[in-house]
Design a protein. Structure first.
Length: 444
């Protein structure tokens, strides 16, 4: 058994016993109240699932096993002469709850490299789709095409014991994460560079090799890719892509089926596709104003006109956060340290100055601050990646780290099939009449 798997097994056995004792003693205790607004409002803020790798705090932002993003940038191992954390280190942390050593991260990099060979039929499946197919669709299809290699599916079909579910899931997670950069880079080069592929460089770490296969040898881009893949990896379990992985996985679908479904959720404009919408909106603003160096006053007027037309400001507002997204701030710090001459990045900073006061003045916005999507596109364009339809694919590669670590834990803890209760509006009316003496006329 490899060292990471062994450590995960030992920790999952300990936590599994703790959970059983917790439920035995406290299983009938009330955790949360549910409001009718939440029933109709997308189950917002209802505490109803277990997600081990990360926890989102409305004030402090995301914490990975208790560590904030600034702490991760300080404590996680880096590449030689690098300044940003290696995503491999974050995966290790999310899986077993401990900051890995440089040697452990080196082992994981090499392990993923050995697992990174993509079956040829996967590329043929991608090639069978039209060239103008959205890259997220191609990525989802590429993941699905690998499903025939699933260790979990193969072992389940031969009568695998429940106690081994975690082991097969771990193997699938490791294989899938290892292969994703190769598939994602293949899609990028096929769609935008006439299929002219860049072969992997086995001397590089996971994130840098992804940047290399995309066709960006710049060391600055490699550093940004390491940061991007780290800060986008997880955002607790309630977001759409994470929850989709959990829901589909709860049926005992294997990680390939679960993660492909998650990518389809991530592709929505209200989720991962938002980074694409941000750049599109900024470019439209630049075109409308006729300058790449707009003043704050010009931006303010354009923002107000966007809101007056019934549209939202892409990249601003978050379902949970009540302060600027630490992931946005990490990217801003990276830009301040490494990018001095980008008009687009400076526009992003001016928008950050202008938008929150305007949204706050409306009195309806709980969180007027930027989220992670408000900054990423500007940095990608700075380094030469102008194909914003592709940005969510990079997000998807990163998100695999968190959701697949969580799926290992779901299998280790034996979490059950997810099956919430639904009701009809007619049921709601009858409930209000019975419990609160609200007549249909009063409710109309």
């Amino acid at each position: 058994m490899d060292p990471l798997k062994q450590q995960f097994y030992e920790k999952s056995q300990i936590l599994g016993k703790e959970v059983k004792e917790l439920l035995k003693e406290h299983g009938n205790k009330k955790v949360d109240d549910v409001l009718l607004d939440q029933v109709y409002g997308g189950m917002r803020d209802i505490t109803s699932m277990i997600w081990e790798p990360s926890l989102l705090d409305a004030e402090e932002g995301i914490r990975f096993r208790g560590y904030s993003i600034p702490e991760l940038r300080e404590k996680l191992p880096r590449a030689p002469n690098g300044t940003e954390p290696l995503p491999e280190g974050l995966f290790w942390l999310m899986l077993v709850g401990e900051i890995p050593t440089k040697e452990q991260v080196k082992w994981l990099t090499e392990n993923w490299m050995r697992r990174a060979n993509v079956p040829e039929h996967v590329f043929r499946a991608i090639d069978a789709l039209p060239a103008d197919t959205h890259p997220m669709t191609l990525l989802s299809m590429g993941v699905m095409a690998m499903q025939n290699t699933s260790v979990f599916a193969q072992r389940y079909n031969t009568g695998m014991n429940k106690g081994e579910y975690w082991d097969a899931t771990y193997e699938d997670a490791m294989n899938l994460i290892a292969r994703l950069p190769r598939i994602a880079a293949y899609i990028y080069r096929r769609v935008y560079f006439n299929g002219e592929q860049v072969l992997p460089d086995i001397s590089l770490d996971w994130g840098a090799n992804f940047a290399h296969m995309l066709g960006f040898p710049d060391e600055g881009f490699k550093e940004y890719m390491r940061l991007f893949l780290t800060i986008h990896a997880d955002h607790e379990g309630g977001n759409a892509s994470a929850h989709t992985t959990h829901l589909v996985g709860s049926t005992l679908s294997d990680p390939y089926l679960s993660f492909s479904a998650a990518l389809n959720a991530l592709a929505g404009p209200l989720h991962g596709l938002a980074n694409q919408e941000v750049i599109r909106w900024i470019q439209k603003m630049v075109e409308t104003l006729g300058t790449t160096k707009p003043t704050r006053e010009q931006i303010s007027e354009y923002v107000k006109s966007t809101l007056a037309s019934g549209r939202v400001i892409p990249g601003y507002g978050h379902a949970v956060l009540r302060k600027p997204d630490p992931r946005f701030m990490a990217q801003r710090q990276f830009a301040e340290d490494n990018v001095q001459d980008s008009d687009l990045v400076k526009i992003v900073w001016k928008i950050f100055d202008v938008v929150p006061p305007i949204l706050s003045s409306l009195g309806k916005v709980k969180n007027p601050w930027p989220n992670v999507d408000a900054h990423s596109g500007a940095l990608l364009i700075h380094y030469g990646m102008k194909e914003y339809n592709y940005y969510t694919v990079i997000f998807g590669v990163s998100r695999a780290l968190g959701v697949l670590a969580a799926q290992c834990w779901s299998r280790a803890l034996g979490l059950p099939l997810e099956r919430p209760k639904s009701v009809t509006t007619e049921w709601v009316k009858e409930f209000l009449a019975k419990e609160y003496n609200v007549t249909p006329a009063e409710n109309a």
